[in-house]
Design a protein around this ligand. Sequence first.
Ligand code: OFO
Length: 169
Amino acid sequence: MISEKVQNVLNSQINKEFYSAYLYLAMSAFFDEIGLYGFANWTKVQAREEIDHGMILFDYIIERDGKVNLDKIDSPERNFENPLQVFEKILEHEKFVTESINCVASMSEDECDLATRHFINWYITEQVEEEANARDVITKLKMFGDEKASLYHLDQDLSKREYKAHSYK
Ligand code: OFO
């Protein structure tokens, strides 16, 4: 059994993960519209990973005999300008998610819920990777400036990302 406080932060985290999926899908649609199909692929794969993140939390709450509460998912932003601006938004969003995950960790400590504290470590590690991935693309985009050939090559690179189902066990 989990405490109500831990249950609430876990449910709220499910909502954030599904919102993340929506946000990445909106970004993917934008990249598709402007013909950057590799960027569209990368963000679409990320959206699928975000759904996995939400589902892992969903399964965990049930495993701990808690109650899943699914809240409404906000509409994602859709006014995007260019790849650099999108990836800066990604980094900003992932930093926000990292803070939220850290709050789940500290709440589970406050509630002496060591199982949740252990469970959430998977997300803590995942967030380090997600922020680093966004930062990596930002660095490259800043380096290229308006150089179309380099953007084309980066697009080719991002088209190689493949979806692999995430699981924490
Ligand atoms: Fe689920 O990590 Fe991104 O948002």
